[in-house]
Ligand binder design. Structure first.
Ligand code: NAD
Length: 542
């Protein structure tokens, strides 16, 4: 990849800005901000226009005052890196740099950029000097060194630490700096504050930086915007002034009348809230893994067991985990907490039991799904190394196109390691970048945990199921996409041209369908679905 161009996901090349472009860029931004300020608008710089930042920027830019007049002017600021610079020209065209299923995202960005003219994107760090409020939405990743051992990993703080330095070098002393990034607890007070305070001192500024923290609960999918704007928020400030400023800002830009703010005493509390919130969910999902195995080995259908238990209101949030738990947050957030305990807060003892186990179990659950594929094929006398396997669903949850850390990825990597030829169908995903660009994306690609991965750069996604099915030996239901819920066994077998191995990883098949597949000569297996063996015996003994 050339170091002078940034290539969008669609393959369009955007030359990176040159040194001489910067003064002109800042002049342009300053003129826009001055004009907006003269109209009474507050200037907000959102740093990092990735998945979260760009939508947050649009929500802020869409804010109106009591008279219905736009009250904020937003500059989405993105560093001009080879990987991300392209987002700036895309936003400035009024387009979204992230593909979202939410029909509100594209028109909102278009409206704010082209009609209301309250949103613009820039590569110049100097725009920070124009801000009343800086919202930090840069990434803070957790790199795992081993598959299934979160403890040997570490937090990648560099982008965030650099951001704090850059912000402190540029902002006005009274600007509010709101950290929305999910951070290791202690970051605001023990990392951001000292970095920024030192730079403030070197600038001759006596005041403390006004730091606040409020984490995102954004959910990819059809409610993407609402999950930011119309949802409960937790926030905190480093001191009284910062706390008042963050309350005021969030009350103005979010629907806090319907979804009230929770204000915690200090940033380490709200930082911890985010980590505990996601570790709790990761843990209740992981808890089911051992019962899923128990069910498979003892003739139990875990899907029916969960349904039976859930009628108890105290147990209504029990969930069946599919083949692994993905998304950007659940696989990493607990790791941020464990790492912070030692490396920020300075404790040497090991107090964590549930959180690391949960992540490790979730990260490796899909390896067992691959074993089921292997075994189902073996029962049909097809060795996995000679099999064509069709995986239905690439994304990490149903009815979204977000493939980050999806369970299907590990399933496919393991199947590829065993030599299977893999095809993938997903109605929501155009390109599976984790495979196509596995050498560079994401920076901690999970390809390194497996052998035999090279040919996966050729992996193509099929959107037409009828084209994906012919000649396959195994069909794996990996994600609960709506399109897969009502597929008829007759039609599947007709399209594959022969009985196949069917592996249900997500409780998609009801007993009627399982029976029908078995009657058609298919082999059926499923995560947590031990009753299939019983059904098979019944059919055999008929
Ligand atoms: N995506 C989600 O579903 C989700 C949900 C809840 C919380 N979060 C949290 O939100 C935060 C952001 O996540 P994301 O998914 O938007 O990440 P992302 O990687 O999509 O976006 C981060 C952006 O910040 C930019 N950036 C990095 N350093 C910069 C700098 N110095 N100056 C300007 N820009 C810089 C990157 O180039 C990138 O465009 C993370 O902490 C994440 O854990 C994400």
């Amino acid at each position: 990849m050339s170091q002078n161009v940034s290539v969008s996901l669609e393959g369009v090349e955007y030359p990176l800005p040159k040194k001489e472009d910067y003064p002109e860029e800042f002049k342009k931004m300053k003129n826009l901000a001055d004009a907006a300020r003269s109209e009474g608008k507050e200037i907000v710089v959102v740093m990092g226009v990735g998945f979260v930042g760009v939508v947050m920027a649009a929500i802020v830019a869409d804010t109106v005052d009591e008279d219905g007049k736009p009250s904020k002017f937003v500059i989405g600021m993105q560093r001009p890196s080879v990987r991300s610079y392209w987002k700036i020209p895309i936003i400035n065209k009024g387009e979204s740099p992230v593909k979202a299923e939410d029909p509100e995202v594209d028109p909102m960005i278009k409206r704010c950029v082209l009609e209301k003219k309250t949103l613009v994107a820039s590569f110049s760090y100097d725009v920070l000097s124009l801000a009343d409020v800086v919202v930090v939405d840069v990434q803070c990743d957790y790199a795992k060194n081993d598959l299934g051992n979160v403890r040997t990993g570490h937090v990648q703080m560099t982008a965030l630490e650099e951001s704090f330095e850059i912000i402190a070098q540029h902002i006005q002393p009274e600007a509010l700096v709101l950290i929305e990034t999910t951070v290791p607890p202690g970051t605001t007070e023990h990392i951001a504050f000292p970095i920024m305070k030192k730079i403030f001192e070197s600038r001759g500024l006596e005041s403390d930086p006004l730091l606040a923290h409020s984490y995102e609960r954004v959910m990819p999918g059809r409610e993407y915007v609402a999950s930011i704007r119309d949802f409960w928020r937790v926030c905190s400030g480093i001191n009284e002034k910062a706390r008042e400023k963050v309350k005021k800002f969030l009350n103005e830009v979010l629907s806090t009348d319907k979804f009230p703010l929770t204000v915690l005493d200090c940033p380490v509390e709200s930082e911890t809230a985010k980590i505990v919130e996601n570790s709790y969910r990761a843990t209740i999902l992981a808890f089911m893994d051992e019962w899923s195995l128990f069910a498979e080995r003892n003739g139990v259908d875990l899907i029916k067991v969960i349904k039976a238990i859930k009628v108890r209101p105290t147990h209504s949030n029990m969930i069946f985990p599919g083949p692994g738990i993905g998304g950007y947050c659940l696989p990493k957030d607990g790791g941020l907490g464990i790492w912070a305990y030692k490396h920020i807060l300075g404790f040497e003892d090991d107090i964590f039991r549930f959180t690391p186990s949960a992540i490790d179990i979730n990260d490796t659950r899909s390896l067992h799904a691959a074993e089921l594929v292997r075994d189902a094929l073996r029962n049909m006398n097809v060795p996995i190394a000679a099999a064509k396997v069709l995986v239905l669903g690439a994304s990490y949850r149903e009815d979204v196109g977000d493939t980050r850390y999806s369970g299907s990825e590990i399933l496919i990597r393991k199947l590829a390691e065993m030599g299977a030829e893999i095809r993938v169908h997903d109605p929501y995903v155009d390109q599976w970048w984790e495979f196509v660009n596995q050498e560079i994306y994401p920076s901690n690609s999970r390809s390194r945990f497996f052998r035999n991965q090279n040919m996966l750069t050729e992996l193509t996604l099929q959107k037409d199921l009828q084209k994906a099915l012919p000649q396959t030996d195994a069909v794996v239901f990996a994600v609960r996409h709506e399109e897969y819920l009502d597929l008829e066994p007759d039609k599947i077998v007709q399209s594959t041209g022969k009985p196949v191995a069917v592996i249900d990883c997500f409780g998609i098949l009801d007993d009627e369908k399982i029976k029908h597949y078995l009657e058609l000569g298919c082999e059926v297996k499923g995560l947590g679905r031990g009753h299939i063996r019983r059904m098979k015996d019944l059919i055999k003994n008929k």
